[in-house]
Design a protein around this ligand. Structure first.
Ligand SMILES: [Zn+2]
Length: 254
């Protein structure tokens, strides 16, 4: 299932097989969390939040169980890219706002999914298709399914409004750096990493770089809090984010 790993799935099958609530109940229930970023206050992410601009947009189709997980990385995309939209997937009640947007000719939506099944092969496109719609003055939209691999496949199969969209598989050599859930394979990227690589390949290099740094800051902040370690010296990614805000000198001395 190597190609599966390049989908929007933030977790591998092994992780999905665990009871979904156990991890953060056990680890996080008694931890004081920041209201701004939902991370443990020991290493709050808020000082590193930076916005960036991208030509392409990301719309997340999020499984209901994913929304409240503090380890979810889909939300990082919206922190950095203000045009990001988040829709909660419900099998029997498609989001009306999403349906309207899918009919809006300003947007050219692509559903991000691996091309490992033959029955939708005629819908599979490459990154060239993103270039083409951009030249047509339309806004490319990456619809990323935010859930475990199992949930993502179910959403892809049980959402008729996705059936007419082109399917764009992410092709990348990137190995995951996500430290908060254990992937079955290093090629299984989390949701934020999927967005980063799509943006990079689509020519939104600056937005990709900022989101990559913000993802690293999230990853390191959260992982350190799990071991009750306070990060005293900002990491390289954190310093780049602070510099972008013009806050490096103030924060570096704290
Ligand atoms: Zn915070």
């Amino acid at each position: 299932m190597l190609d599966d790993s390049t989908t929007a799935s933030p977790q591998a099958e092994g992780a999905a097989a665990r009871p979904p609530r156990r991890e953060f109940k056990a680890r996080g229930s008694f931890v004081e969390r920041c209201e701004g970023c939902n991370l443990p206050t020991l290493n709050c992410l808020c000082p590193f939040r930076v916005e960036a601009q991208s030509h392409a947009q990301v719309w997340l189709l999020t499984h209901p169980l994913e929304h409240h997980k503090p380890t979810n990385t889909g939300r990082l995309i919206g922190d950095v890219l203000p045009a990001t939209r988040v829709f909660t997937w419900q099998r029997t009640a498609p989001d009306e706002a999403l349906l309207a947007l899918l009919d809006d000719p300003r947007y050219a939506p692509f559903v991000i999914f691996p091309d490992d099944q033959p029955d939708y092969a005629e819908r599979v496109v490459g990154m060239q298709a993103v270039t083409t719609v951009t030249q047509q003055a339309r806004i490319p939209v990456f619809i990323i399914i935010d859930g475990t691999w199992r949930q993502a496949r179910r959403i892809f199969r049980k959402s008729p409004y996705l059936d007419r969209l082109p399917v764009l598989p992410l092709r990348t050599q990137r190995q995951t750096r996500y430290r908060l859930r254990k992937p079955a394979s290093q090629a299984h990227l989390c949701t934020a990493e999927v967005a980063i690589e799509l943006l990079r390949q689509a020519g939104d290099g600056d937005a990709a770089a900022v989101l990559d740094d913000y993802f690293d800051a999230f990853n390191d902040s959260y992982a350190s809090s799990r071991t009750y370690h306070k990060i005293e010296q900002p990491t390289a990614a954190m310093r780049r984010l602070l510099a972008r805000q013009g806050r490096l000198s103030a924060s570096a001395t704290e």
